[in-house]
Structure formats: C-alpha cells, structure tokens
Ligand binder design. Structure first.
Ligand code: AHR
Length: 315
C-alpha cells in the first residue's frame, strides 16, 4: 500500500517510469546479421537485458542505415529511457542523434563509432579498438615473415564500405607494415563482412592474379576469411600453407579452421557487449557519469594455440 503511494507520488512529480519502480526501457538499433560475430553480439545483448531486468526494444536494420534512423525515431517517439546504437557506417547519423538529445534521451554507442564533430551527441562509446586490431594483424605478419627475402604479396578483404571497423582495420594494418618494404598490398576490395562475398571477391582476386603468387590474405573479419578459404581450396591451393590467412574476430568457426590448418591467426574482437551495456544503462539511470570510452580487452590467437583455446570459446 505504502509502495503504491510512493509510486503515485513519483509519477505525480513527473519522474520517468524507471524511477517509479518500472523496468528501464532500452531501445537498441542493431546493424543486422551479416556475420557470426553479429549473431553472437545480438544474443549477448538480448540475454544480458533479460538478466538485468531491462525491457529491450530490439530493432534489426538489415544492414540499412535508413532503417537505423527509422528505429531511432521510433524509440524517441516511444520515449524509451536510453538508446543504444551500433551504427552500420560512420557518417549520416548527426540529425537523428540531435533529435534524441533534444528529447533528453541519452545515446550509448556500442561496437562502432560515428564521425560527428559534436561528441556530446552520445554519452559513451563501448567496444573494441579497431585500429589496434589492424596493427595486431600487421605485427603478426611482420613476425611471421621475419628473416625472409623477396616480396610478400598481400590481398585484403575489407569490411562494409564506410564502416568504422573497415576503415580502422585497414588503417592499423597499413600503419604496422609501413616500414616493411617487402610487404605489399596488391589488391584490396570490400566483401561486406560476409562469408558469401568473401568467397566471391577472393575468387576474383585469384583470377586477376593468375600466374602471380598471392602470399597472404588479410580479411577484416573471420566470415570473409572463411568464405575466401573455400575459394582458395576450389582454386586447388592450400589455405594456411600456400596462402597465409589472417583474420579478425575470433569466432568458433575460425578456431576450427585453425585446428584444420586452414587459417593462421585470428585477432580477437569480442561481441560480448551485452553485460557491460546493461551495466552502463543502469549506471546512467542511477545518475552516474559514464566513461566517454569503454574499451574491450582482447587477445591474438595464432593457429598454434587454437586446439587448446577452442573449448573455451564463448562465441
Ligand atoms: O563491428 C564489428 C564487426 O562487424 C565484426 O568484426 C564483424 O564480423 C561484424 O560484422
């Protein structure tokens, strides 16, 4: 009875629903389901919301920025308590982010960053350091090819055009190898982070390079590498041996490919952002100031440790 009175009093002074004992409502705009990483990321967010007692409004944008903008506008109209956005590309979100700010709804960016001069449009950005992931991939290759002579010809499969992980992983890798004149990127093209496109673009690379040796494949994610591995095998070559294969994410299928000797290294990028996101949402609603940047801790897994690590993988 007393609690009912307290809730009525809170409502009367216009406090938001969560303060009156109702669950916090989080609107989350997800990119899509382009990769095993993304599927694991969505599962992590859904499970963590359930565990935290947060009401989750989950919108899958199917890779389209316009769908993300629509979803954000719907969340604003529904007056959710917090919005979380994993933006498909870096640019073009300014207007809708300003609308959220004007409505007094805090936005947390997860996984990927946007490029906006006004950084007050989001309260925190949580996720990996993609530039560092690219550097780690480059450093692994430098170490692997150390002591050799002659050109090392690299083909690169980029992620989605305009997406932060595609831009940053390219930048980090190039930065790491820039003082290594032997290491040359001879072809670089997007395969949209998907396995099917990874296969298709790798087939095209091998055709275009017929008669010349391709030494290394650097793929911005595991799914594209796994598709490319198929293309390499269909071309009568041995992935992991004739062509070194480097990728990013660390999904279970990549570990299996390493155990099978077809992939040489995966640089970890954790999709398990659900628990830290829910914690951040709760902290925010409790009046705490979130750190501007929450960086995920990650490792590098070469094929030599794959069999030992595989049973421990959570995605
Ligand atoms: O933004 C993270 C990237 O997006 C992952 O590396 C990739 O697999 C996904 O599609």
């Amino acid at each position: 009875m007393q609690r009912r009175h307290a809730l009525a009093a809170l409502a009367a002074v216009g406090l938001p629903a969560w303060a009156a004992g109702k669950p916090i409502v989080l609107g989350f705009s997800q990119i899509g389901a382009e990769s095993a990483w993304r599927t694991a990321n969505s599962a992590s967010i859904k499970q963590a919301a359930k565990d935290a007692g947060i009401t989750l409004k989950f919108a899958d944008a199917q890779q389209k920025q316009e769908n993300q903008i629509k979803a954000l506008r719907a969340f604003i109209a529904q007056k959710v308590d917090v919005i979380a956005l994993s933006p498909v590309v870096e640019t073009g979100f300014g207007t809708v982010l300003r609308e959220a700010k004007a409505a007094g709804i805090p936005v947390i960016l997860t996984d990927r960053l946007v490029k906006e001069a006004d950084e007050s449009l989001w309260v925190s950005f949580m996720g990996s350091d993609f530039v560092e992931e690219g550097r780690r991939a480059g450093r692994w290759l430098i170490d692997k090819t150390k002591g050799g002579t002659g050109e090392v010809r690299i083909v690169e499969l980029q992620g989605t055009v305009g997406a932060a992980p595609a831009l940053d992983r390219k930048k980090g890798f190039e930065e790491a190898i820039k003082d290594q004149p032997r290491l040359k990127i001879v072809r670089s093209q997007t395969a949209d982070f998907s396995r099917a496109k990874g296969k298709e673009v790798m087939e095209a690379f091998l055709k275009a390079e017929a008669g010349r040796k391709v030494d290394v494949l650097y793929a911005h994610n595991d799914d594209m590498a796994l598709g490319a591995i198929q293309a390499i095998e269909e071309a009568g070559l041995k992935p992991g041996k004739d062509i070194l294969v480097i990728s990013i994410d660390g999904v279970r299928a990549a570990f299996e490919a390493m155990v099978a000797g077809k992939l040489n290294v995966t640089v970890e990028c954790s999709p398990l952002l659900g628990p830290p996101l829910m914690q951040a949402v709760k902290d925010l609603k409790a009046g705490k100031t979130l750190p501007r940047r929450i960086v995920t801790e990650e490792g590098v897994f070469p094929a030599e440790v794959a069999a030992r690590e595989l049973p421990k993988r959570r995605y």
